[in-house]
Design a protein around this ligand. Structure first.
Ligand code: MG
Length: 208
């Protein structure tokens, strides 16, 4: 990483992407269509850990869903997985970007060094980033999927003097910021407010 240019670090879930709607409005209906009651899908969704995190790991969700409906012999785990992969690994997922996300990435790319750090399952996230078209804005090395802590995933990076963090969780942004500050950077945090994400992205667009 070059030292001169400011580095902008984006979070993905709920920062650029409507992750919650993506699951509830996009993924759920495919399972409802094969006859699984929405209520049970919702149960699996919460059990899979959404409440604790801003992302969901598909294999955990599918595992939970399978456990809940196991007594019903109509479905195999593989079927549940196939539905997921067929629907999710498609360019249709692009519609779940917040309005303004792409505009923001376009503008940032002209001025800054880019980095995307997202937590979750590496295989799933890498694929979905591809279908979302994020490779227009980030090289493969600039799209990091952290299976553990975000800061762990960038330990080896040379950090430029100036950094900007765009995230929807203040606590996460602060952890990342203090890591960067320890490495000698000065950091600006730009937060996306989950209650008014589009307005915040618009504001961030003006600030960068
Ligand atoms: Mg997030």
């Amino acid at each position: 990483m070059k030292n001169g240019k400011t580095l902008i670090i984006f979070d993905f879930d709920m920062t650029l992407f409507k992750t919650r709607e993506f699951w509830r409005e996009y993924i759920f209906p495919f399972y409802i269509k094969i006859g699984i009651p929405r209520e049970l899908i919702g149960k699996a969704y919460f059990k899979a850990g959404w409440v604790k995190s801003d992302h969901l790991i598909p294999r955990i969700f599918i595992g939970e869903l399978y456990k809940i409906i196991k007594n019903n012999k109509n479905y195999t785990k593989k079927q549940l997985k196939d539905i997921f992969e067929k629907r999710v690994y498609s360019p249709a997922v692009k519609r779940y970007f917040y309005p303004y996300s792409i505009k923001l990435l376009k503008k940032a790319k002209k001025k800054y060094q880019m980095l995307l750090i997202s937590r979750g399952d590496k295989k799933f996230k890498t694929k979905i980033f591809g279908y979302c078209g994020l490779n227009k804005y980030f090289s493969p090395e600039e799209m990091i999927v952290a299976e553990g802590k975000k800061i762990k995933s960038i330990e080896g990076l040379v950090i430029p003097t100036n950094c900007i963090i765009v995230d929807d969780v203040g606590k996460d942004a602060k952890v990342l910021a203090s890591f960067l500050v320890k490495k000698g950077a000065s950091v600006r945090i730009l937060l996306v407010d989950n209650k008014k994400p589009v307005e915040s992205l618009k504001e961030i667009f003006k600030k960068i």
